[in-house]
Every structure is written in C-alpha cells, then in structure tokens.
Design a protein around this ligand. Structure first.
Ligand SMILES: *Cc1c(COP(=O)(O)O)cnc(C)c1O
Length: 337
C-alpha cells in the first residue's frame, strides 16, 4: 500500500488529502442539524449531518468525485468500472458525467430499482450481476482487467476515503463547541476511516463510534479477529452497507482510531427512520439511519446525559414501496418506547 503504515503519519497523510479534495465541484456542504425531539428524549444533544441532502442523496459523491478527479488524463480517457450496492454507483455516474469519463457500473441484482434508475439517468452503463455485492465486485474486477479501464472501489481506496473524510472537516467547522462522539455507519469502512483520520488528528478526544447492521458487521468481526475476515453471509435490508469484508485501507485506520463498534437490528433501523422523520420530515434509507439507531443504543447502554452526539445521516435512497414495511416494523424497533 502506498500509505504510511500507522500512527500520526498515517493520519497526517489523510488529513492533507482531505483538505485538498476538490469535492465541492459536485458535493454540497450539508447542514449539521439539531434533532430536538430525539435530543429531548435521550437527554443528550443529537445533531444530524444531513448527507441525505447531497446530489444523488448520499455522501458517496464525495469519494467518487475525488477519486475520478485524481485519475491521469490517460486513465480518464480509458474509462472506469465499479461495483456498488447502489449509492457509490450513482456517485460515480454523476462524477463521470461531470468529468466526461465513460463509466460501467456493476450492481447486485437485489439493488433497489431507484438506485439503478439513478445510475442510468446519469448516463452510465448499469450492469446487474450477482446475488450480493461480493459477486458484483468479482465481475467488475474481471471486467476492468479485460478492458483496461480503472476499477473504482466504493471504499477501499485512499482517494475515496479522503473524499468521504470531508464530512468530518465540515462537522468540526460547523460545530466548534464541545463534541463528545460521532456515530458513523459502516459498510466497507471508507466513510468511517476518512472521518476517524481527520477527527483523531485534530480532536482526538472525540469518540468515533462505528455502527453496523447485525447482518453485515464486518468491521466488528475484523476488530475481534485482529485481521480482516470475510463474513459467511450478509443481509441486505440495509443494502448500502451490505459488505462482507472491511476494506484494507479502511481497516488500517479503524483498528487504531475507531473507539468502538455497535451493531443494530433491522427493527431498530426502522425505528430510527421514524425518529429522523419526526425531527426533520425527511425519509432516510435503512443504512442512513444506522448512526441514529447507534446513538439510541449507546445512550441506553452507557446512561450518558448532557453530551453532544453527532449522527451521520448518510443516505435517502429507499424505494417508496418499502416504506410500508418500515412503518410496520418501526413500532417493534422502539420508535414509540
Ligand atoms: C456506502 C454507504 C454507507 C457506508 O459507507 P462505507 O464507506 O462503505 O463504510 C453508509 N450509508 C450509506 C447510505 C451508504 O451509501
């Protein structure tokens, strides 16, 4: 790997890349918004980083644009291939169109239709292949090798991690008062690695808490094993984080700089979607609600009060038809309790 091995040099390496990432050609600086009802109920100040308000409705546009902008002109001319559960796909499609790069995107067959439409409507070539992300990934890697196009990882790439890290840069600028913890949804670990690198370099006392679906807890499994492991199966309700193995670059940061990792159930996610709706009148996808579900669990377990806790509200790409299921399950997951 072309990054320093560990410690402060690794963090400094990422902080420099984050500060230099040209993401605002496409991404917007999203609000850090108070969640008054949730704050009142939990006895802590809860702030939502509204990444669901990005173009393409998730933060993935940051990493995708930073990666594509750093390709050489020759690589840009040859085009890119990626595999994605959907949100990275839309980010790559939009970034590629903006930069005039040809993009082929492989998505699992289970990808929600609106994510597939989101890719095609942005001019990229969408290929549906495989039952879940690992199969789509293998197919895309093969395609890249055969065609000479550059493979753009959704998370396992320093330029992608640095692009996602701009979320942390904004949070620390937007909230300069005391901040106790930032809760970050984890799929392949690109977002949390970028956030942890930036925050631990500048404000190391802020806790970085990863939140995973109990059906795709690949970071927790890797931290316990002391090495990256491949989960035998992965649930796809939280399709944005349905990843079987944490990325190598991300794990390099997470093993030293993530303070703890929580796992939550699908019902807890449904309840958190309702909580976010009640406070913002916006609808989040299951992966987008992981961090809020994590905050609720953290407060219940630790009994902290009076703290300032940030949740990354990471995306809003949910099929309208799924909302009936979410509403039904929310009551079981503690939205009312
Ligand atoms: C990709 C994604 C995540 C997880 O990001 P990683 O970098 O893969 O850990 C979380 N939420 C949403 C909505 C996503 O699209």
């Amino acid at each position: 790997m072309d990054t320093p091995t560990a410690g402060q040099p690794l963090l400094a390496h990422y902080v420099k890349k984050i500060l230099a990432a040209p993401v605002y050609e496409l991404a917007v600086r999203t609000p850090l918004q108070p969640a008054p009802a949730l704050s009142e109920r939990l006895g802590n100040q809860v702030l939502l980083k509204r990444e669901d308000l990005q173009p393409t409705f998730s933060f993935k546009i940051r990493g995708a644009y930073n990666k594509l902008a750093h390709l050489t002109l020759e690589q840009q001319a040859r085009g890119v291939v990626t595999a994605s559960a959907g949100n990275h796909a839309q980010g790559v499609a939009l970034a590629a169109r903006e930069l005039g790069i040809a993009a082929t995107i492989v998505m699992p067959e289970s990808t929600p239709e609106l994510k597939v439409i989101g890719v095609r409507s942005r001019g990229a070539d969408a290929v549906l292949h495989g039952a879940s992300f690992p199969f789509a990934l293998a197919y895309a890697l093969n395609l890249a090798a055969q065609t000479g196009r550059t493979f753009v990882s959704p998370f396992d790439d320093p330029d992608v991690i640095a692009g996602q890290g701009t979320v942390a840069m904004e949070i620390l600028r937007q909230h300069q008062g005391p901040l106790d913890a930032i809760f970050v949804p984890v799929g392949g670990g690109g977002l949390i690695a970028g956030i942890a690198a930036y925050v631990k370099y500048l404000r190391p006392q802020i806790r970085i808490v990863g939140v995973e679906s109990e059906h795709s807890a690949c970071l927790q499994a890797a931290l316990r094993a002391g090495e990256r492991v491949v989960l035998p199966s992965v649930g796809t309700f939280a399709d944005g984080v349905a990843v079987a193995q944490i990325g190598a670059y991300g794990f390099q940061v997470c093993r030293d700089y993530v303070d703890e990792v929580l796992t939550v159930s699908d019902d807890e996610l449904c309840a958190a979607i309702k909580n976010i709706y009640d406070d913002t009148r916006s609808i989040t996808e299951p992966s987008g609600a992981l961090a809020v579900a994590g905050i609720k669990q953290y407060v219940a377990q630790t009994g902290v009060c009076g703290q300032t806790l940030v949740a990354i509200d990471s995306g809003a790409n949910i099929n309208f038809d799924s909302l009936r299921y979410v509403a039904e399950r929310a009551a079981l997951g503690g939205a009312l309790a």
